[in-house]
Write a protein that binds this ligand. Structure first.
Ligand code: LRH
Length: 484
């Protein structure tokens, strides 16, 4: 007998509802609803359109149930953003988008409260301007928290709007930079240092537990029964990491979508000074498993460049972008993909050119050369991240599992294999959804162990393998010098 769950996966530019069925050995996925996630901009500020996203989510619930009566639903999203609820439980304002820019330059200010190295030692999280802690610091200085009864990370906010339950799932809570790496609870002392009231932080719950059921009001409105809403890893990255079809723990995963999350699964958090200096992050996954990873800006650079070219009347498909990059014969130039200039929306190609000019490199002329520069710079950054991970854990990882949208990009997969000099196993594209669905199935007892879940996911998809070609040594040397 087939058993079904519904996975709701929100990305930074689109979301979808996927029906996942399990026949006893394999998981099959069916997309039942897809929608755009368009941020709203108001008075120069950028917000997430929660009412519209809720409508889409509800359409997904109905479309899925019309196909198969699923037993549970769960939501995963990007990290760090949150909504604020008032005492009466209403959303005080639309949640701010992490690319809004309000946290630009905040790290300097944060140093007054606690030096970054100490912040890292306490939380184990890569210190990034967009993290919730710094967003709250801005909130403290603008509106304050008088009206705010609680904050809810995005996946928990959607779950709250369906169930009325207020809680934060651990994996998404670990992207806030407010969770103690030692105790796994909100770090009270740290909150005091930043003058953020502890009272606004919700109870933490584990992935794979029930959040509640659809509220009577939602049931009635949608014509659905009291379906269970499960807390999976609310953080999309952790759903993907969970789904890596790896045979051993000695692998690297590269969750490759808008962001590239390049990491591994050590036995313990790595809180050394070296890890802090290298900007590596300990984030929590299913069953409190630590993932040790680097947040790299990712395919955002290609996605946003594509949007910019479209604004200029040049509509390139992703396949065309890949071909143009392959065919570029201009001299190589590189960027640091993680330079803050590349974070905001806008004209990425122009910023790529400016970066190359400023660093005394050949300035790419053609659109293909811009794309080539982005591709190679990403693969080079992966190489550096691999070296950093291996230096910090003392391990060697023979295989890189690329998952997510990047799997479809054979140029990126091959460049990753070449620059990292490792075997690349590409797949599944839908890793996040597999992870979301498999964790629900574990919660329902349909799957018995995480290892069984990984085996089922591996059996449900075929992988593509990319073997390392010649190592582009001179490019790598040039890149290292550039980033020093
Ligand atoms: C990827 C991701 C990443 C970061 C960013 C904000 O979707 O979750 O891990 O946290 O979004």
């Amino acid at each position: 007998m087939m058993r079904y769950v519904l996975a709701l996966d929100f990305g930074a530019s689109s979301g979808r509802a996927m029906l996942a069925g399990f026949d006893g050995s394999r998981i099959t996925l069916q997309e039942v609803h897809r929608f755009a996630n368009e941020p709203v901009s108001k008075d120069g500020r950028l917000y997430w359109n929660v009412p519209q996203l809720m409508e889409e989510l509800e359409q997904g619930l109905q479309a899925g149930y019309a196909i198969a009566p699923y037993e549970s639903i769960a939501i995963d999203t990007w990290g760090v953003d949150y909504g604020m609820l008032g005492a009466d439980g209403t959303l005080l304002e639309l949640p701010r988008h992490y690319r809004d820019g309000r946290t630009d330059g905040i790290l300097k200010k944060a140093e007054q409260f606690l030096p970054a190295a100490e912040l890292y030692r306490r939380t184990g999280t890569q210190v990034m301007e967009i993290n919730t802690l710094f967003q709250l610091l801005c909130q403290r200085d603008s509106g304050g928290f008088d009206q705010c009864a609680t904050i809810l990370p995005m996946p928990d906010l959607f779950a709250y709007l369906l169930t009325g339950t207020i809680s934060a799932e651990r994996s998404i809570a670990s992207t806030t930079q407010m969770l103690s790496a030692e105790t796994g609870t909100w770090d009270r002392e740290l909150l005091e240092l930043f003058h953020i009231p502890h009272r606004i932080l919700p109870e933490i719950v584990e992935s794979g537990t029930a959040k509640g059921t659809l509220s009577p009001e939602v049931q009635q409105r949608l014509g659905l029964p009291a379906i269970c809403v499960t807390a999976v890893c609310g953080h999309d990255t952790q759903c993907a990491a969970f789904a890596a079809p790896a045979k051993t723990d000695k692998h690297v995963f590269l969750s490759c979508g808008t962001w590239s999350l390049f990491g591994t699964e050590p036995e313990q958090p790595v809180l050394t000074e070296q890890a802090a200096a290298l900007g590596l992050s300990n984030e929590v996954g299913y069953g409190k498993r630590v993932t040790f990873l680097k947040n790299i800006i990712g395919l955002w650079l290609l996605q946003e460049s594509r949007r910019e070219y479209a604004r200029q009347g040049k509509n390139y498909s992703f396949a065309e972008i890949e071909t143009m990059a392959r065919q570029s014969h201009e001299p190589s130039s590189f960027i640091d993909p993680d330079d803050p200039v590349f974070v905001p929306h806008g004209d990425i190609p122009k910023r790529v050119k400016a970066f190359c000019r400023k660093t005394g490199q050949h300035v790419p002329e053609s659109d293909g050369a811009i794309f080539r520069c982005i591709y190679e710079s990403l693969a080079l950054k992966y190489r550096m991240a691999l070296e950093e991970l291996e230096a910090c854990t003392g391990e060697t990882y023979p295989v890189i599992h690329i998952m997510g949208g990047g799997v479809k990009d054979s140029l990126l997969c091959q460049l990753t294999a070449d620059y990292c000099q490792r075997l690349v196993a590409a797949g599944p594209v839908e890793a996040t959804v597999y992870g979301n669905a498999a964790i629900q199935m574990l919660a329902l007892g349909i799957l018995k162990t995480p290892a069984e879940a990984r085996r089922c996911i591996a059996a449900s998809e075929s992988m593509q393998f990319y073997h390392a070609g010649a190592f582009p040594a001179s490019s790598y040397e040039k890149y290292r010098t550039l980033l020093k």
